[in-house]
Design a protein around this ligand. Structure first.
Ligand code: BG6
Length: 543
């Protein structure tokens, strides 16, 4: 999504032209699935955005490498990047965790994670090259000796693998450990910036649990790293279908004229999951659905759908537009009537009986944490005045689906007999974020026959049918962008703060009022969420 070449991109082009030391062949120099072999890049035109972008010499250090996120997403994404030929020769992967492991043990962990979760096929030669750059540093985040070992490891890698002092530190640790990790990086000279190398920090969500703690976290991070070295992960922004929202809106003439309050009745943004909390009681309880995903993923989806056209797709221009729209978001005056929350009770998922939230391991019997949240927001701008944006998310719902439904107003006049249009709904454009990625347009069509009868039909675009390449995982894109130093897909702290500003009054209101309503697992959430829409004369879409 960038238009401008970052310093790293230029460095990379220099590297591609053979100006930097090389340490073996680039990864995956055997071409995979439609990706040209990276050796051909010495001939590339740096302005041609269709060519693969390859990171320059660097290392990635993952704190909390034994966690679920690392195993299921980060390590497989690193391998997939290597397999696609997008990592530099000599790339280094360092794991840091409280385990008594040697490098070989870590290699085995990475190997197993890759075998189980990687998107692209396992290729022995790619794995062998990746393995050569794997190191493990056993240690505690608060322990100086551990960080000295990390520093020594990084210096060795710079010498042995040519990582040239360029390193990204990925904080895949519980948020309470962010401050100590960042302080240690500073104290051990690992955060030092220099014109000769870069140091970056990647911060996983949650960025705080309210506005105040987000500001505090930002203060801590910004004391150590300059803004351009901080990459906050909202993995939804790494999804192809989310980036496609901007393509749909701004690469086409068709939608923009109707993308406003004159034509749009309302917008529904849904992120439904069929899974429960999957053993994450420690993280989830006390956080709940709204803080877990509305504050970040759903408000980012709202911003991308509602913002004005940016002057370019560089990070600054995008941020300006997203901030403007988030700053214009208005809460309903009656939070009791226009928000809803729920907690799943015992029920069914995939034909199996599953426990309710309160019966999950590690959840206190009196927990009031919501596992379902729905809110109505409005946007105080000329474009969106009076158009409600309904956001909802929940665990243990009927199926896994994330989508944005733009529901249009009815035609002002229908020159048909009333009975002819009984089955005509609202024209709707649905951006199917996942699964079954694509776009659906729903509109009225004549039912074949001698009568004029009109019924809704759909026109579908499916990624699977239109493109031969499968979409990269969000974390592949985001890790690559960190290594390239390209920031457009990473929210800045201003956006994060504005999102907390929107959410804080709602979660505070909930904390003071009653308990969440129960809904059986495997259904579409609590009755109160349906009543919330019924008050406005609307219903939730059934995706
Ligand atoms: C994470 C949330 O950010 O997103 C999880 O913390 C949620 O609770 C996950 O399950 C969903 O991600 P995806 O990509 O599967 O929609």
């Amino acid at each position: 999504m960038t238009d401008t070449a970052s310093p790293d991109t230029r460095q990379r082009d220099a590297d591609d032209a053979g100006l930097a030391p090389t340490h073996g062949r680039p990864y995956g120099s055997v071409a995979v699935a439609g990706v040209p072999a990276p050796d051909s890049n010495s001939l590339r035109d740096p302005q041609d955005r269709r060519l693969p972008r390859i990171a320059g010499p660097c290392g990635l250090i993952i704190f909390g490498v034994t966690g679920d996120l690392a195993r299921k997403k980060l390590l497989p994404a690193v391998y997939d990047l290597a397999n696609r030929g997008l990592l530099p020769p000599g790339f280094a992967l360092v794991g840091f965790a409280r385990r008594d492991w040697a490098n070989q043990d870590f290699e085995q962990i990475v190997h197993d994670a890759v075998k189980e979760h990687a998107r692209t096929p396992f290729r022995e030669e790619v794995w062998k090259q990746l393995k050569e750059g794997c190191r493990f540093v056993p240690g505690e985040l608060g322990d100086d000796a551990s960080f000295e070992r990390l520093r020594a490891t990084i210096e060795d890698l710079d010498r042995e693998r040519g990582t040239n002092g360029n390193h990204a530190f990925y904080l895949s640790v519980p948020p309470r450990m962010f401050p100590v990790t960042i302080r240690q990086l500073k104290e051990h000279g690992l955060a030092d910036q220099s014109p000769r190398h870069w140091r970056r920090v990647v911060v996983e969500k949650p960025f705080g649990h309210d506005l105040q703690s987000a500001r505090e976290l930002n203060r801590i991070v910004s004391e150590v790293f300059p803004p351009e070295a901080v990459f906050r992960i909202d993995h939804y922004l790494g999804k192809e279908t989310v980036q496609n929202i901007l393509a749909l809106r701004f690469a086409n003439q068709l939608y923009e004229p109707v993308w406003n309050a004159n034509y749009v009745d309302h917008v529904q943004i849904t992120m439904a999951e069929d899974i429960g909390i999957e053993g994450r009681a420690g993280y989830y309880d006390g956080i709940g659905a709204a803080r877990d995903v509305i504050q970040n993923h759903l408000l980012q989806l709202l911003a991308l759908n509602a913002m004005e056209e940016p002057v370019s797709f560089d990070a600054k221009s995008l941020r300006i537009e997203k901030q403007k729209v988030l700053a214009a978001v208005q809460l309903p005056r009656r939070l009791d009537l226009h928000t809803a929350r729920g907690q799943y009770a015992e029920g069914w998922a995939g034909g199996v009986k599953v426990p309710g939230y309160l019966g999950e391991e590690g959840i206190p019997a009196d927990s009031r944490t919501e596992t379902y949240a729905a809110i109505k927001l409005e946007i105080d701008t000329r474009r969106w005045a009076g158009v409600p944006f309904y956001l909802r998310t929940g665990k243990r719902l009927a199926r896994r689906v994330t989508e944005v439904g733009v529901v249009f107003k009815r035609a002002p006049h229908l020159p048909f007999a009333e009975t002819a249009t009984e089955e005509l709904g609202h024209n709707t454009l649905v951006m199917r974020i996942q699964p079954d990625e694509g776009i659906t347009l729903r509109f009225g069509s004549k039912v074949p026959g001698s009568q004029m009868e009109i019924r809704d039909v759909t026109m579908d675009f499916a990624y699977g049918g239109a493109f031969t390449e499968s979409s990269p995982e969000a974390y592949e894109r985001l890790i690559l962008d960190v290594l390239l130093g390209e920031p457009p897909l990473f929210p800045r702290h201003e956006e994060v703060e504005l999102s907390w500003q929107i959410l804080d009054p709602i979660v505070n209101y909930w904390a003071e009022h009653d308990k969440p309503d129960q809904y059986p697992a495997g259904t579409w959430g609590p009755a109160s969420a349906n009543e919330m829409l019924a008050r406005d004369g609307r219903t939730w879409r059934r995706p």
